[in-house]
Design a protein around this ligand. Structure first.
Ligand code: NAP
Ligand code: GDD
Length: 313
């Protein structure tokens, strides 16, 4: 679920490479949004459905008869959760309950991955954050993900489901949505370089995130479902960087001076901010054997290069 998203597209590639038959749940839209999975369409099966519609989830599982289910579907853009808090809860919280109920009804042996988020740590209670750090979400999105996290744990404990939550820190790629800050910056750099604009309006340059590469993070999701016992894991690089550092690396890589182009736009300041995230993925390293392969500078330059190439074309 969520196959049309950033993570869904990388996960589908990984599962195909591992020899899986891949089914993806998609909701009907008036225009196609398959740009991330276009190259996979002849090797996967898409099934219509929506997190809001319990019956569609049950029918999708009956049709696909999966052994593993990855629930990556969500309203994932934090600022939008203040605009649509109720819908965010319906998708991200009750939607997960619907997924878990569908699993119980159709086949409780299906292994379930739930996409939890470092946004749950919000106003962080300790640095770095581990699986045991208390949550203090700072947005309706973060609150919705805390519900989803605990309902997943609860269904595991109540019904003996093999259900795991991956607490993933920010992960990015050339397939990241254009509104998230990494892609907004790398796309902005490419547009400036192509002469299409001169300015890039941003919000809080001091916010710090633990940013990794999405391709590495979907591998961790898969590894979690291959364990003997279900458990929850933090997935992070263990390094944090500010939005300012992101901007500096991206502009410099394209031969631009960011101070000539970046302007502060108050429209992008959030009602409540998550100032500093940094994860401790020791448990995943020890138990899954997972570690990231792309560092921060490598990630940013990969994304800038991809956007420059796109505008070059
Ligand atoms: P994304 O690119 O925004 O993709 C979200 C996916 O969810 C899309 O396929 C979207 O479909 C689908 N979706 C949304 N609402 C739906 C609904 N009502 N019914 C069915 N499908 C629906 O997000 P992502 O970056 O790949 O993230 C994947 C998951 O990980 C999300 O749950 C996100 O909250 C979580 N997460 C992400 C990060 C990160 O840094 N990327 C970190 C921690 C957790 P459409 O294409 O139709 O919109
Ligand atoms: N989007 C955006 N746009 N963010 C900006 C901007 C801007 O113009 N200027 C500064 N920022 C700051 C935000 O205030 C935030 O502190 C940081 O950049 C990262 O913002 P996003 O890239 O939008 O990501 P996010 O951290 O809010 O949420 C992402 O990561 C979560 C995991 O921690 C999303 O992928 C969530 O779905 C995910 O759960």
């Amino acid at each position: 679920m969520g196959i049309t998203g950033q993570d869904g597209s990388y996960l589908a590639e990984l599962l195909l490479a591992e020899g899986y038959e891949v089914f993806g749940l998609t909701r009907r839209l008036s225009a196609s949004n398959y740009w991330r999975i276009e190259h996979l369409l002849d090797r996967i099966t898409l099934i219509p459905g929506d997190l809001l519609d319990q019956l569609s989830l049950i029918r999708a599982l009956e049709r696909a008869q999966p052994h593993e289910l990855y629930n990556l579907a969500a309203m994932s853009f934090v600022p939008a959760s203040w605009d649509q808090p109720m819908l965010t809860g319906e998708f991200n919280s009750q939607g997960v309950t619907r997924v878990l109920e569908a699993v119980r009804v159709v086949d409780p042996k299906i292994r379930v991955y739930q996409a939890s988020s470092s946004e749950m740590y919000g106003k962080v209670r300790e640095i770095p954050q581990t699986e045991l750090t208390p949550f203090y979400p700072r947005s309706p999105y973060g609150v919705s993900k805390v519900f989803a996290h605990y309902i997943t744990v609860n269904y595991r404990e109540s019904y003996d489901l093999f259900a795991v939550s991956g607490i993933l820190f920010n992960h990015e790629s050339p397939r990241r949505g254009l509104e998230f800050v990494t892609r907004k910056v790398t796309n902005g750099v490419a547009r400036i370089k192509a002469g299409l604009t001169q300015q890039l309006g941003l919000g809080n340059l001091d916010a710090q995130r633990d940013w990794g590469f999405a391709g590495d993070y979907v591998r961790a999701m898969w590894m979690m479902l291959q364990q003997d016992e279900p458990d929850d894991y933090v997935i992070a690089t263990g390094e944090s960087h500010s939005v300012r550092q992101l901007v500096e690396i991206a502009f410099t890589h394209a031969g631009l001076d960011w101070q000539q182009h970046v302007v502060l736009d108050p429209a992008f300041i959030r009602p409540a901010e998550v100032d500093h995230l940094i994860g401790d993925a020791s448990k995943a390293k020890a138990q899954l054997g997972w570690s990231p392969t792309v560092d921060f500078a490598g990630l940013v330059t990969m994304m800038v290069d991809a956007d420059l190439a796109r505008y070059g074309r």
